[in-house]
Design a protein around this ligand. Structure first.
Ligand SMILES: [Mg+2]
Length: 422
């Protein structure tokens, strides 16, 4: 694989992760019925309603942590955990705390906050001090950069994944889920397609990560629960959408003591669903829209779907003026990685903070291009993609306007919110 292709696929993964997260933010924890009532189908970047107001296009903790992991992998590729843990603390400590305000972290869950509080108390002594016994999607959502960093080195991917995972979780289900995401991203980077993914190798790599992570369940019976759930999903393909989501829910529910929907934070719900949507949807855009409209952990499912489907050329987001199929390989990735990519990752204004203040995190040199190859100056891809995504929907057949304050300023506000604005 030539470096230009690899670079563009990595960028596709990064961009789509950010977009999926931002797209899902307004409907996190909502039910599909609530989403329909408010948006019809959510297709555009919208403000996150109060009481957790955020401007449209601003991504949340999923992307923040993925970006932190980028930095960690750049600084210490073979020992990323201490840097990653330190960055989680830095993001937390740099900004105010209060009810609903967790430093610079946006939209975090309770387990994560315990992790960070414990890391703060440990004062850098032990990056693994805060790991929680959680089988959630909190590692899977941020793990894609491991594949970006080690696209052709499965052994290094595996080691990095275990180290990073141990910062947050002790549960092999969460680790297996993250390994499945990383391996899917790596496959997409190498092949530009997910259709030919070797399912046996994919499942084996997932199960190996689970084994390495330890045991789950009092008798160890849950250790391979995630790889079994992945196996069950793959065995069912192709399958009507509703039927598949029901099956995922049933498999997940069998290992949980409470009901879990297909986009629940539980790894066997949301991560299996995200992998399914990334494999199954005809286009990246469709995959992202379908993901977030399931609600529940919508932003995280969007982020994971984006990371996995983003490197894949076929059916990617198209550039303006290109028809379906896109020419030149189509897709979100081909052709233009930019020095400006970095712009998509910096200047994450804290909600409500005046621009120029309250930057929750400024990864000094993070960029997909630096991770893989040298960068060149071109118009920021994220900006073009988001502008197109928004404008194509605003003028779509539904006739519905972009709803964010309802006017053309939506695009520039969304651009500004992700730090690539005017
Ligand atoms: Mg989030």
């Amino acid at each position: 694989m030539d470096t230009t292709t690899l670079r563009s696929r990595i960028t596709g993964s990064l961009d789509a992760l950010l977009i999926g997260d931002a797209l899902g933010c307004p409907v996190e924890m909502k039910t599909p019925a609530e989403i329909r009532a408010r948006y019809g189908t959510l297709r555009t970047l919208e403000d996150t309603p109060r009481p957790w107001w955020r401007p449209a296009g601003l991504h949340s903790d999923d992307s923040q942590q993925a970006v932190a992991l980028c930095d960690a992998l750049l600084e210490a590729p073979d020992d990323p955990a201490p840097v990653f843990a330190r960055l989680l603390v830095e993001i937390y400590q740099a900004y105010e705390k209060g009810p609903g305000q967790h430093g610079g972290h946006r939209g975090t869950g309770k387990n994560f906050r315990v992790t960070v509080d414990t890391l703060v108390a440990a004062a850098g002594a032990d990056p693994f001090a805060g790991a929680q016994p959680t089988a959630g999607n909190g590692v899977a959502m941020l793990a894609a950069p491991i594949a970006w960093r080690f696209p052709t080195e499965p052994a290094r991917r595996g080691r990095a994944l275990l180290a990073v995972a141990r910062v947050k979780t002790t549960d092999p289900r969460a680790v297996g889920a993250a390994a499945a995401v990383v391996e899917a991203v790596a496959h997409g980077l190498a092949h530009g397609s997910l259709r030919d993914i070797d399912r046996g190798r994919w499942i084996d790599a997932t199960a190996a990560a689970e084994r390495a992570a330890g045991t789950a369940g009092t008798d160890g019976s849950a250790t391979h629960a995630f790889s079994r759930a992945l196996t069950a999903m793959l065995a069912r393909l192709p399958c009507p959408r509703a039927e598949m989501l029901e099956a995922i829910e049933a498999v997940a529910g069998a290992t949980s003591d409470r009901p879990v929907g297909p986009s629940a934070g539980y790894a066997l719900g949301s991560v299996v669903t995200a992998l399914y949507l990334a494999l199954d949807a005809p286009t990246l855009e469709r995959a992202l829209i379908d993901a977030v409209n399931l609600g529940d952990d919508a932003d995280t499912v969007g982020a994971m779907v984006g990371a996995v489907r983003g490197p894949v050329g076929e059916g990617g987001l198209q550039r303006p003026g290109r028809g379906p199929g896109g020419g030149r390989g189509g897709g979100v990735a081909p052709g233009g990685v930019a020095g400006g990519e970095r712009g998509a990752l910096v200047a994450h204004g804290r909600a409500g903070a005046p621009r120029g203040r309250g930057l929750s995190y400024r990864p000094a040199e993070v960029s997909a291009s630096r991770m893989a190859m040298p960068s060149r100056s071109r118009p920021p891809r994220s900006r073009r993609i988001m502008a197109q995504m928004i404008s194509s929907r605003a003028s779509g057949t539904s006739g519905r306007e972009v709803r964010t304050r309802g006017d053309s300023s939506s695009i520039s506000r969304a651009m500004e919110a992700i730090g690539v604005g005017p």
